[in-house]
Ligand binder design. Structure first.
Ligand code: NAD
Ligand code: UDP
Length: 319
């Protein structure tokens, strides 16, 4: 099998490339323009037989020589700090980038998997969130460049499936964490770990009572590969239902790192969702999937990776 992974040099995409080569693929083409990804994420793969890196912006087009059996479309800024810095690039990759990835799948008769997001539910009024919930998104707020781009990408994916018969599926990914998150990407897990390791103030937004449900990256990738091997359209939620408040998370990370950092309150960003937890009954029924890594174990592995990186670089860069 030969797969094309857009955004393959990013946090999740690099793990996807690696797992594909370890399991079902002889060849993986990683397409990335490095807007938020890093060459270091794919350093272990570069030069390895069957792996090819194409430095390219999927907004400009996506042409691949030779056969293509699978297209996994992961290209998009994903951290709020990143997409607020790049709102137009985020809208373009969700719209034109997704169209190009779907065209590639259509031309080759390939299976297509879209990396969508729990942000499709916005600030949810239904809890936990099943796939049947249509969401509560502010279409003109600061986060809309990401949320609406992904909702459009979902609509486009379904239209290609319905009208052109593309074997396309959608996964809605909930907050995922693990090694290779950029320490300065602004998301809560890398921020809190970096701050804890540096004995700097640990920032919790608002009163910290808002919740997220955190999934370790290896489990998430397992779900993505199962979706690749299926032929259903979804959307299917992939996430760990273990829900925590952000204040609890800060205390948890402080304990696991043995840090003496103070936990400080900073302003809550506009339209920050109050709570989020996936209903994963569909993933269990259709894909036989559920997360297996306890959040604490995932946090320990991530902390270890950040500590190693800090040892190497001397400092963990901020946003
Ligand atoms: P990331 O920023 O680490 O990775 C995204 C990758 O896409 C980067 O390598 C970036 O350079 C690349 N990219 C962006 N625009 C591109 C373009 N126009 N052309 C080529 N490459 C481009 O983010 P991530 O956390 O790994 O997220 C990967 C995907 O999963 C995204 O589509 C994101 O929306 C989705 N997702 C992630 C999470 C999460 O918790 N990490 C949650 C929901 C959805
Ligand atoms: N957050 C926080 N401290 C930080 C960064 C983020 O408390 O240093 C909060 C953020 O406001 C949100 C939650 O943590 O309520 C998750 O934020 P993240 O950016 O990781 O993901 P998303 O908002 O996209 O779920």
């Amino acid at each position: 099998m030969r797969a094309v992974v857009t955004g393959g040099a990013g946090f999740i995409g690099s793990h996807v490339c690696e797992r594909l080569l370890e399991s079902v693929c002889d060849d993986v083409v990683c397409v990335d323009n490095f807007i938020t990804g890093e060459p270091a994420n794919i350093a272990r793969l570069t030069g390895r037989a069957g792996f090819r890196l194409l430095v390219s912006d999927v907004v400009d087009g996506l042409e691949i020589d030779g056969p293509v059996d699978a297209v996994l479309h992961f290209a998009s800024p994903a951290s709020p700090a990143d997409y607020l810095r790049h709102p137009l690039a985020t809208l373009r990759v969700g719209a034109e980038g997704t169209r190009h990835a779907l065209e590639l799948a259509a031309a080759h008769g390939a299976r297509f998997v879209l990396a969508s997001t729990s942000e499709a539910y916005g600030d949810p009024q239904v809890h936990p969130q099943p796939e049947s919930y249509w969401g509560n998104v502010n279409p003109v707020g600061p986060r809309s460049c990401y949320d609406e781009a992904k909702r459009y990408a979902e609509a486009l994916t379904m239209a290609y499936r319905r009208s052109l018969g593309v074997d396309a599926g959608i996964v809605r990914i909930f907050n995922t964490f693990g090694p290779r998150m950029r320490p300065g990407d602004g998301r809560v897990v890398p921020n809190l770990i970096r701050q804890a390791l540096e004995e700097a103030p640990m920032t919790v937004t608002g009163d910290g009572s808002q919740t997220r449900s955190l999934c370790y990256v290896d489990d998430l990738v397992d779900g993505v590969l199962r979706m690749l091997g299926a032929s259903i359209s979804g959307p299917v939620n992939l996430g760990n239902p273990h829900e925590v408040t952000m204040l609890e998370l800060a205390h948890w990370i402080r304990r696991l790192t043995g840090s003496r950092s103070a936990i400080v309150q900073v302003p809550l960003p506009e339209d920050d969702p109050r709570r989020r937890r996936p209903d994963i009954a569909l993933a269990a029924a259709e894909l036989g999937w559920q997360p297996r890594t306890p959040v604490e174990e995932g946090l320990l592995r991530t902390i270890e990776w950040f500590a190693e990186r800090r040892k190497g670089a001397g400092v963990l860069a901020e946003v």
